[in-house]
Design a protein around this ligand. Structure first.
Ligand code: NIG
Ligand code: FE
Length: 392
């Protein structure tokens, strides 16, 4: 698939250029050239035959919580028996449950688990990730998570970006003193993170039962002062002002958006903030799906991400996310593909190097199984269509 320059909006999203019977040449880890096979240069390096297959850009997963200590299948069973995600959170489960187990797990163990998940996701075609903290909820544990992410950055062959999400929930001991925890984030955690260069972005779960708009404002301001651009969780549980606070802070992205009205769509249209939808969490929590069709028809770009985490989306296969986006967010296959590649790269501020087959970009490529038509890929739902991920 040839060049796409920046993110794709509205009607542009349903367009993918492709070349049948093509070559693609990689040199020093970068895409050097591509085109019709008849123009293929004489080449003496390693050759990979992709006859009948598709060579596509690797996926970019712009929203994950890949570092966690334990699965939460007990809560899954509680939800099957009728409790809601919010009921479980209010009873001290949910994110607080993950925080308890993470606080008692060593950095090395967290690292090995996340390293294995990352490889599983890479086998499904993912060639760059964002990973959030947010299951620490104390200075020590948040810093421990961010150090794990730093090690993943150093040791994985693909690009990893780190997001500080200290404001993921209010820890139980601060329930009566919310400002005390926010002060801890601002005055204790952020200075260490800035000094040790532990994060690229900052996130807040701005939603009902979690952080208010005023609290979010305060935390994002403090993050921006130390150079962390926001990527926030908003409008998952209601029309709670998450989009507006994200746009006011020139956030790179606002993610979830299960609840969104024309007011939020208008606000996004006047911004550079990428709307990111997370169909996996709608599927798993049985909450509404974000109205991506309405957003794209209004002229917005949309990105999709896995939201891989133990509470609301225990999956990392973006092929499945694409199928959900088509079936339930009413996107078309090409839109979903662009949403998981070039638009996702924009949501992670790496579209200069990732997300499309463009000369000079990093050679993050996947070779798929044989398909006649790109529309067939999300149709075969729940499968991994990636045969090979090539990084560099
Ligand atoms: O994106 N919504 C907030 N955070 C995560 C879920 C975290 C959890 O339940 O562990 C999400 O869905
Ligand atoms: Fe999330």
């Amino acid at each position: 698939m040839p060049a796409q320059i920046s993110c794709l909006k509205g009607a542009e999203m349903n367009h993918i250029e492709s070349i049948e019977n093509a070559y693609l040449e990689v040199e020093n880890g970068l895409i050097k050239a591509f085109g019709e096979m008849q123009n293929c240069p004489i080449y003496s390096g390693e050759i990979i035959d992709g006859t009948n297959k598709w060579v596509m850009p690797g996926f970019v997963d712009s929203h994950t919580h890949m570092v966690f200590a334990a699965p939460r299948h007990n809560e899954y069973v509680m939800r099957l028996q009728g409790k809601t995600y919010e009921d479980i959170a209010a009873e001290g489960g949910g994110i607080l449950n993950s925080a308890k187990s993470l606080q008692n797990t060593s950095e090395d163990n967290l690292y090995s688990m996340a390293y294995a998940y990352a490889h599983n996701a890479m086998a499904c075609g993912t060639s760059a990730f964002e990973i959030k903290s947010g299951y620490g909820l104390s200075t020590d544990a948040e810093i421990k998570m961010l150090r794990v992410i730093k090690r993943l950055k150093e040791n994985l062959p693909i690009t990893v970006k780190a997001t500080f999400l200290g404001a993921h929930a209010i820890p139980a001991e601060y329930k009566q003193n919310r400002q005390g925890y926010i002060d801890l984030i601002i005055n204790e955690m952020l200075p260490i993170i800035a000094k040790e260069n532990l994060a690229d972005f900052i996130d807040v779960f701005c939603d009902s039962g979690f952080y208010t708009v005023d609290e979010t404002n305060c935390i994002l301001d403090a993050g921006l002062k130390v150079g962390l651009r926001p990527k926030i969780h908003g409008n998952e549980l209601g029309l709670t002002g998450g989009v507006q606070v994200a746009v006011a802070h020139n956030a790179l992205s606002v993610d979830h958006l299960e609840h969104i009205s024309e007011v939020e769509i208008d606000c996004l249209l006047k911004s550079n903030t990428m709307p990111v939808i997370l169909p996996g969490s709608s599927f798993f929590l049985k909450i509404p799906y974000s109205p991506a069709r309405q957003m794209i028809d209004a002229g917005l770009p949309v990105a999709i991400a896995s939201d891989f985490n133990p509470g609301s989306s225990p999956h990392y296969n973006l092929w499945f996310t694409m199928s959900l986006a088509c079936l339930y967010n009413k996107m078309l296959p090409k839109e979903a593909f662009n949403a998981a590649t070039i638009n996702a790269a924009t949501a992670l501020d790496i579209s200069d190097t990732h997300g499309s087959i463009t000369n000079g970009k990093k050679a993050c490529l996947q070779i798929t199984r044989a398909f006649e038509d790109i529309n067939e890929m999300p149709y075969w739902f729940g499968q991994n269509h990636t045969e090979k991920l090539l990084v560099g």
